[in-house]
Design a binder for this molecule. Sequence first.
Ligand code: ADP
Ligand code: TRP
Length: 321
Amino acid sequence: MRILSGIQPSGTLHLGNYFGMMRAAIELQEKGEAFYFIADYHSMTSLTDAAARRANSLGVALDFLACGLDPKRAVFFRQSDVPEVTELTWLLSTVTPMGLLERCHSYKDKIAKGISPNHGLFAYPVLMAADILIYDSNLVPVGQDQKQHVEVTRDIAIKFNETYGQTFVIPEPQIQSAVAKVPGTDGEKMSKSYDNTLEIFGEEKALRKKVMSIKMDSRTPQEPKPDADQNLAIQLLKLVAPAPVAQDFEDRLRAGGLGYGDLKKALFEHYWSHFAAARARRAELTANLDFVQQVLREGAARARACAALTLKRARANCGID
Ligand code: ADP
Ligand code: TRP
C-alpha cells in the first residue's frame, strides 16, 4: 500500500496540523510505503516571500522529523524537487471540468475572506491531484478540510482513465474523525490564517500566554457546567493529556468548582510535556542540518524515480511519447 500526504510551508506548524494530519501520517508509515512531502509549490498560491518559504520549508522538515517521521521507513522530500509533478498537472488540467474546481470550498472560502485569487489558487486542486496520482497513492491521510480535494483527485483520475485508458490508481482519503477539526484559541478551526494557533514547537513563555488567552465564558468557577465537553480547553486537553486526566478535568468542570485559570494552567503543562521528547529531537536535528538536507536529497531521488515512471505512462497514453 502506498500512503501519501503533503503539508504546505506557509507558516509554523500547529496542533491542528499535528493532530489533524501529521500524527496519523506518522503512524501510517508502519503500515505501508509512505511518501510525505513539503508542498512548496502549493505555498506559492498564498505566500510570496521567498526567504520565508525557504525558512518554513526547513522548519516543516525539522518539525516532521522531530515528531517521528522516520526517513528509513518513509520517503520524505520537497515537492519542487520532483518537477515532473508540474507536467502531470498540465495533462490532468486538460481533463478537469471548470465546474469541479469552481465547487471547491477551500477556494470559495479564501475568496470570501477577500483574498484576490490567482490562477494558481484556482488550479490548486489539480496540482494536488498530480501529487497524489504521480506516486500511485492508495491512501491519503489529511484533515477534514482537504477531503474534498482528494475527492476531486478521484474524479480527475477517473476522467483521465476513461479518456486515455487505465493510467492512474484511484486513491482514498483517510480522515481522523475524532480530531477532524482541532479548534483554535478563539474556538474557530485552528489555522495559520486565523491567528488562533498553538504551535507544536515554540517558545515556552509565548505559548503559555496564548493558552492563558483561550476564550472562555463569564460563568463563575462554582457554577456547574453541563456543557463541559464543549469547553475549548477541555477539547484541547483531550488531545494532549492522558484520557483519564482529561476526563477528570471535564467531570470537575461539569460539577462546578474548577476555575478556568486552573484548567488552562493544566492544559499548558500537558501540552508542553506532550511534545517534550519531540522538542529534544528537534534541537538535535537543528544542530545537524546536514543530516536533514541529506534526508531530503535521498527522498527526492526515490520520489523522482517513481514519478518518472507514472509520467511516462501518462504521456504515452495521451499520445505524447
Ligand atoms: P492551515 O489551515 O493552518 O493553513 P494547512 O491548510 O496547511 O493548515 O493544513 C495542513 C494539514 O493539516 C491538512 O491536512 C489539514 O487538513 C490539517 N489541518 C490544518 N488545520 C487543522 C485543524 N484545525 N484541525 C484538523 N486538521 C487540520
Ligand atoms: N493541500 C494540502 C494542505 O494544504 C497540502 C497538499 C498538497 C497535500 N498536496 C497534497 C495533501 C497531496 C495531501 C496530498 O494541507
